[in-house]
Design a protein around this ligand. Structure first.
Ligand SMILES: *[C@@H]1O[C@H](CO)[C@@H](O)[C@H](O)[C@H]1NC(C)=O
Ligand SMILES: *[C@@H]1O[C@H](CO)[C@@H](O)[C@H](O)[C@H]1NC(C)=O
Length: 525
């Protein structure tokens, strides 16, 4: 838990007020600042970019306005972490300069120096981004590289590597809306592959290169290749593309992630995940399964990409996106937009189709201390459990067996008339997150309401919930992670209460664990 003495707080505010932007000084700002989620030290962020692990360091880049708290001046902000929990703020990696903003993209290692930008002894790291010229509206694809293990980045002198003219034959806007390069090494064809999305269109294009500098268009995949895709899904952006093992089998499936601007279960933007095969030039999608399409059923999880260059001995596919679907309207004064808690994506075959599962990274356990637990107890209507337990940065784990007709009700961030309510309704087999009384929802019509996701108990009748609560967010993982509901909330700092109740029937609590999450002296700085 983040508790600091008034004296220390005064010192911290003085440092902040003095405009002290040294790299390692703690800044204990309030203003809804999350405890264990990344948020920019100050000013605007939207989606993560260039997520890559180099050596033992996790790098996070993100769309950032270094000099304002609104979407403008887009640059790549930068932070690093040893453990995906404690983030160190770094100077801007790719600036808005010479009339070109640095829009979204991804990063890779080039260990064979195929780009020729490094040396055998010191191979380069490559970052691909979209150059956006506000004057004239041109978007093209650009390259930056690092020769110091990702600490500093230089823009490639030969930019753009794919010009708007080269994009034009493959884009109805003549290359004005082609963006968000995802680049990966395809071992079977021994070439680099780039996936681009075409803003405002429902289409991605695939390009290849021997050296990551010279690119050739190879194929498109669009909604026309995806019969069964709901028609209200519109505007593909921020692609990710990778091969994922199928758990319990020797095979793999290729996965294409897309953030759509419209059509998500919670309304507005969301992240859809498609499986298929890939031969190095063309992605052939599997039949669309509408029930296994969305990675999240909440309002605040989009612009999602995964960390590249994770060593095989780790082997995880770790995702993160931005939480904030309301532009500059949330009631934070000094910053906007935060990173979702990093989660591991896995894939299993279920009933002949494929199902994705997500769970928070296990590094969270290092920062979690159990403050309450329940084992093998029956919860009956009228009982209130966890009544005396408090916290605004929590990891809550529940395994329970709800009787027919019952609803399990977990309220978090309770205080006065405020609460955010997580329900599992056994009859409808639905998990929900209710933000109607969650705190300040006045800033946007989309900031309240109830979000629903289908969730079936497992073969033993057990329903599992994992709930990550932070200063202004709630992420709810249902079952083994087959559904997730992620949302921002803005309760009063004093609303820290919890309660666990039920209605309509009993719920057998196999186990309940409430963990306080705190980063202590190593908190985000
Ligand atoms: C963009 O950056 C300039 C230069 O730092 C700054 O003066 C301006 O306020 C910024 N614009 C916005 C809208 O944040
Ligand atoms: C890396 O590329 C540079 C530029 O072409 C070249 O000078 C260097 O020898 C290369 N090293 C290797 C191992 O290819």
């Amino acid at each position: 838990m983040r508790r600091i003495s008034p004296g220390l707080r005064a010192v911290a505010w003085t440092l902040l007020a003095a405009g002290c932007l040294g790299l390692s000084r703690p800044v204990f700002a309030e203003d809804f600042r999350p405890v264990y989620h990344f948020a920019p030290r100050q000013n605007w962020m939207n989606e993560p970019n260039g997520l890559i692990r180099i050596g033992s360091t996790w790098h996070l880049f993100f769309q950032h306005n270094p000099s304002g708290n609104v979407w403008a001046n887009l640059s790549w902000g930068h932070a690093t972490s040893p453990d995906l929990l404690n983030w160190m703020h770094r100077p801007v990696a790719l600036a808005y300069e010479d009339g070109v903003m640095s829009f979204s993209g991804t990063a890779v290692a080039d260990p064979r120096n195929l780009s020729g930008l490094g040396t055998a002894r010191n191979p380069p790291y490559l970052a691909f981004y979209t150059g956006h010229q506000p004057d004239g509206g041109i978007q093209d694809q650009r390259l930056a590289f690092s020769l110091d293990e990702g600490v500093t980045w230089r823009k490639y002198a030969g930019n753009p590597i794919i010009s708007a003219e080269q994009e034009a034959p493959h884009d109805v806007t003549d290359g004005r809306e082609t963006r968000d390069p995802k680049v990966l090494w395809h071992e079977a064809s021994r070439r680099w592959v780039m996936v681009l999305t075409h803003g405002g269109q429902n289409k991605a294009s695939f390009w290849t290169s021997p050296n990551a500098l010279d690119w050739t268009w190879r194929s498109d995949v669009s909604e026309l290749d995806l019969p069964g895709l709901p028609g209200d899904i519109e505007g593909w952006e921020v692609p990710d593309f990778f091969e994922l093992p199928i758990i319990g089998e020797s095979g793999t499936r290729w996965v294409l992630l897309i953030t759509s601007a419209k059509g998500s279960p919670a309304g507005g933007n969301g992240v859809l995940a498609l499986t298929g095969s890939f031969d190095g030039t063309k992605f052939s999608p599997d039949a669309v399964d509408r029930d296994a399409l969305w990675l999240d059923y909440g309002r605040d999880f989009d612009g999602v990409i995964s960390w590249a260059n994770v060593p095989e001995r780790d082997g995880r596919r770790i995702l993160a996106g931005v939480m904030n679907s309301y532009g500059d309207r949330p009631p934070t004064r000094t910053w906007k937009g935060m990173l979702s808690f990093p989660r591991v994506l896995t894939l299993r075959r279920v009933d002949g189709g494929f199902q994705f599962f997500q769970q928070p990274v296990a590094e969270l356990d290092q920062a979690a201390t159990e403050i309450a637990s329940i084992k093998d107890e029956a919860l009956v209507p009228g009982d209130v459990h966890l009544g005396g337990v408090e916290g605004s940065a929590l990891d809550i784990r529940i395994a329970c067996r709800p009787a027919a007709g019952s609803t399990l009700v977990l309220a978090v961030r309770q205080g006065g008339s405020e609460q955010t309510v997580i329900r599992y309704d056994r009859s409808s087999e639905r998990l929900s997150v209710d933000r109607r009384a969650s705190g300040d929802t006045s800033f946007s019509p989309e900031a309240g309401g109830v979000h629903l996701a289908p969730l079936t108990p497992d073969v033993d009748g057990v329903v599992r919930l994992r709930v990550l609560v932070d200063t202004c967010s709630v992420e709810v993982f249902g079952g083994r992670g087959e559904v997730v509901i992620s949302n921002l909330i803005f309760p009063d700092a004093g609303s820290k209460g919890l309660s666990l109740t039920c209605s309509g029937g009993d719920v057998l609590l196999d186990s309940v664990g409430v963990f306080a999450v705190g980063l202590g002296a190593r908190m985000n700085r």
